[in-house]
Design a protein around this ligand. Structure first.
Ligand SMILES: Cc1cc2nc3c(=O)[nH]c(=O)nc-3n(C[C@H](O)[C@H](O)[C@H](O)COP(=O)(O)O)c2cc1C
Ligand SMILES: CCCCCCC(=O)C(=O)O
Length: 360
């Protein structure tokens, strides 16, 4: 049984312990963002800028954090964001993560790039599991993968739409390579993308990397093919949010991919209010990027999100303490959320509204 280091009082305290345990290139790969990492920093800075109003003497009897989302009853609004290759961080990989998530009754979004078979992960789950999809250049394979997730009992499909190409300089400088024996096992057997047609002087982005990239047309096809709720992850503008609703998405995830895609995008929490205004309650919004405190969860809910997802802190917990570390990270966040609800006089998630945000 791994012991949680005694100096851990908040999720950020896991970070130095995880760094100590991990190879430097793996650390760079999970911590890093895109290019100069302005958006990574901004995701945190934006939460810190938002101020809260306290409310005193509220009746908190019967207080709870339960909610319903995409047809599923959840104990609390803190989900595990999809993240690739958990065996990089712990020998049991996603099997440990899902046990930690289940212990805290947290819904987990399993990455298309998971390092264990999606069926094996599902067998260990006792809390809701959703499957995250990257549309593969091999579309027949993509649709078969969705069917596998349906058959294994996943409760929703989350299509990530913001990362057809990325620029990860910290990862490149550290020379990150997947170690032998760790791979995205669920993508085995997909036809590789067509070889780049570009000659040396031509664009390897337009003629190579983007070959087979998804478009809105693919989302419409997926919508028609799955009976599961379909979520789009990577929405950062009202225009894309409205397009997603038009195409039949059941929920939208406001996300800049933890600052790992387009550097100098705004913080996801800063993008949320305008998207919430445009969406006007037609579909639920979720948010990720920089959630490190229960007060961050409360702020996201106050500004229009129904739930949040957490990325890196879960990976830090996994690296330090396996399933126990994951469960502890979730427990810390949930307890902090409950404290923040008590201090702002909100007995339920529905009671968390814009008035908890302090305005000058
Ligand atoms: C190491 C790592 C791997 C990730 N892998 C995926 C992935 O496979 N699919 C995906 O949609 N998002 C992926 N993401 C993005 C997360 O789902 C999420 O958007 C982001 O981590 C949220 O920000 P946070 O880390 O500040 O909580 C990854 C993020 C990290 C840090
Ligand atoms: C071309 C993008 C590959 C990304 C693999 C996993 C992921 O999403 C990440 O952020 O890392």
């Amino acid at each position: 049984m791994p012991v949680i280091p005694p100096d851990i009082a908040a999720v950020a305290d896991y970070e130095p312990h995880a760094r100590q345990r991990l190879d430097a290139a793996i650390w760079a790969s999970i911590t890093g963002g895109s290019a100069d990492e302005h958006t990574v920093a901004e995701n945190r800075a934006a939460f810190a800028r938002i101020r809260l109003n306290n409310r005193v003497l509220a009746d908190m009897s019967g207080a709870h954090t339960r909610l319903e989302l995409c047809g599923q009853a959840l104990e609390h609004p803190i989900l595990l964001a999809p993240t690739a290759w958990h065996r990089l961080l712990h020998p049991e990989g996603e099997a440990a993560t899902v046990m930690g998530a289940s212990a805290m009754r947290a819904a987990m979004v399993v990455s298309a790039m998971a390092s264990l078979p999606l069926e094996a992960i599902a067998k260990r789950a006792t809390s809701p599991l959703w499957f995250q999809l990257y549309v593969q250049p091999d579309r027949a394979f993509t649709h078969a993968l969705v069917q596998r997730a349906e058959a294994a009992g996943y409760g929703a499909i989350v299509v990530t739409i913001d990362a057809p190409v990325t620029l990860r300089n910290q990862e490149q400088r550290a020379g990150f390579r997947l170690p032998l024996g760790i791979e995205a096992v669920n993508l085995r057997g997909a036809q590789p993308p067509p070889p780049p047609k570009a000659a040396a002087h031509e664009s390897e982005v337009f003629n190579g990397l983007l070959a087979g990239a998804a478009t809105w047309e693919d989302i419409a096809i997926l919508r028609a093919r799955t009976r599961l709720p379909l979520l789009l992850k990577g929405i950062m503008t009202p225009a894309d949010a409205l397009k997603g609703i038009e195409i039949g998405a059941d929920a939208l995830i406001v996300s800049n991919h933890g600052g790992r895609v387009l550097d100098t995008q705004p913080a996801s929490i800063d993008a949320l209010p305008r998207i919430a205004e445009a969406v006007a309650g037609r579909v639920p919004l979720l948010l990720d990027g920089g959630i490190r405190r229960g007060t961050d969860v409360l702020k996201a809910l106050a500004l229009g999100a129904r739930a949040v997802l957490v990325g890196r802190p879960v990976l830090h917990g996994l690296a330090v303490g396996g399933a126990t570390g994951v469960a502890h990270v979730l427990k810390l966040l949930r307890t902090e959320l409950e404290i923040a609800m008590a201090q702002t006089g909100c007995a339920t998630l529905d009671a968390i509204g814009p008035e908890v945000i302090w305005r000058p």
